[in-house]
Design a protein around this ligand. Structure first.
Ligand SMILES: Cc1cc2nc3c(=O)[nH]c(=O)nc-3n(C[C@H](O)[C@H](O)[C@H](O)COP(=O)(O)O)c2cc1C
Length: 168
C-alpha cells in the first residue's frame, strides 16, 4: 500500500458529507452538550442510531455512567449553537452554556431550541482506540419544525475527523 500523507487522509475524509448535532449527556448532577458529526442510523427494527465519541471527552465519561443520551438537531439559521459546544459546557439550572435545556425522565438534557431531538437508550459500546461507538435505541423523539431545514456540517466552516491533530 502506498504511503498516504496525513493531509491526504484529512482532505479526503473531510469531504464525507456529515450531519451536525449536539449530543446531550447526563449522570448524577453532571450534564453536558457536545457538538458532534459522527451520527448515523444503523438499524430499523429496533431503530438504532450510532454516535462516535472521543474517549477523552466529558461526554464519554457521562455516557459511560448513564444508560441514556440525546441527539439534538438545529435549524440552518442557528449554527452558532455548535460553536458553544465544542468544549465542555457549564450547567446552571436548566441551561447548558446559556442554552435552555429540559431534563428527560432519564436525566439527560434535551435542547429546547432543537428542531428535532431523539432520546436514546444505550445498547452497545465499542472502543476503537481514540473514539468509542455508542449505539442507542430511540425511545423518544420529536420534530418541532417540519418546514425548517436541519443544519449540516457543510453549512458551517467547521471540520472534524481524519487523523488526530493535537487533541483531536
Ligand atoms: C464540527 C465538529 C464536529 C465534531 N464532531 C465530534 C464527534 O462526532 N465526536 C466527538 O467525539 N467529538 C466531536 N467534536 C469535538 C467535540 O465537540 C469537542 O472535542 C468536545 O466538546 C469535547 O467533548 P466534551 O465537551 O464532551 O469534553 C466535534 C467538533 C466540531 C467542531
Amino acid at each position: 500500500m502506498s504511503e498516504i500523507s496525513n493531509e491526504e487522509l484529512n482532505v479526503a475524509t473531510w469531504k464525507i458529507p456529515s450531519p451536525l448535532g449536539i449530543i446531550g449527556s447526563g449522570a448524577g448532577d453532571d450534564y453536558n452538550g457536545m457538538t458532534a458529526s459522527w451520527i448515523t442510523q444503523i438499524n430499523m427494527d429496533p431503530l438504532l442510531i450510532a454516535v462516535g465519541i472521543d474517549n477523552k471527552s466529558v461526554t464519554h465519561d457521562l455516557m459511560t455512567r448513564s444508560d441514556y443520551f440525546t441527539i439534538n438537531l438545529f435549524s440552518k439559521s442557528y449554527t452558532k449553537v455548535f460553536v458553544k459546544f465544542s468544549k465542555p459546557a457549564l450547567y446552571t439550572d436548566g441551561f447548558l452554556n446559556k442554552e435552555p435545556v429540559s431534563l428527560t425522565g432519564n436525566n439527560v438534557p434535551i435542547f429546547d431550541n432543537a428542531i428535532v431531538w431523539f432520546e436514546l437508550k444505550k445498547q452497545k459500546v465499542e472502543n476503537f482506540g481514540t473514539h468509542s461507538l455508542y449505539v442507542g435505541q430511540v425511545i423518544d423523539c420529536k420534530t418541532l419544525e417540519t418546514d425548517e431545514q436541519v443544519a449540516y456540517m457543510g453549512d458551517t466552516r467547521m471540520k472534524y475527523g481524519g487523523v488526530p491533530r493535537g487533541g483531536h
